[in-house]
Design a protein around this ligand. Sequence first.
Ligand code: 4FV
Length: 225
Amino acid sequence: MRIDVLTIFPAMFAGVCAEGILRIAREKRLLDVRVHDLRDWTHDAHRSVDDRPFGGGPGMVMKPEPVFEAVAAVEEEPPAPQRILLCPQGETFTQETAGELARAERLLLIAGHYEGFDERIRIGLACREISIGDYVLTGGEIPAMALIDTVVRLLPGVLGKEASLAEESFADPGAPGLEYPHYTRPREFRGMAVPDVLLSGNHAEIRRWREEQSRLRTELRRKAP
Ligand code: 4FV
């Protein structure tokens, strides 16, 4: 999968792409992340990417020209990507969304700043608008990183065979359950013991216990308001 990111803070992505699963995915050539500085598509001395809002009001707005020019430049190379605008007004990002995006060949993520994007970026570029949650960040970079991380670990060959995508939280879009409790050594820690069933070797019992724990936890923490 190829992922292009348009941002005014490209350096923010260096660490995320150079560590852990994302580094392994890039080394395995399963992921090609290209981060582009939106200011490279400005033409004034101040390399302006924002301007004051028409109609007045606080803050600044992302200008359309640099975004349109950057998208055109990045899309010169085929295949055409799925364009994604990270913004609080977008559809809420879920594991199901991640599963969908993981089937794409190429994504183009647009990270904003300030009060938001000039509306003509939405109208003219027809991006899929995605929000990582109903709260306001200083920029779209962290949402873009969250999306990349969630999608890349679903790419075939990225996580080792042992990883059980099927058993983890939200794995089943139809019935988003929370994952059961995990334990590792030591058997006893500060008076807290590992449940006997997990030491029993009785896999049928262990599965039943884990399903029950997942059901209880989901009911407790995700019951409908
Ligand atoms: C956001 C979110 C988000 C809004 C103003 C960036 C900020 C600033 N993006 N999911 N929640 N974006 O808060 O995606 O431009």
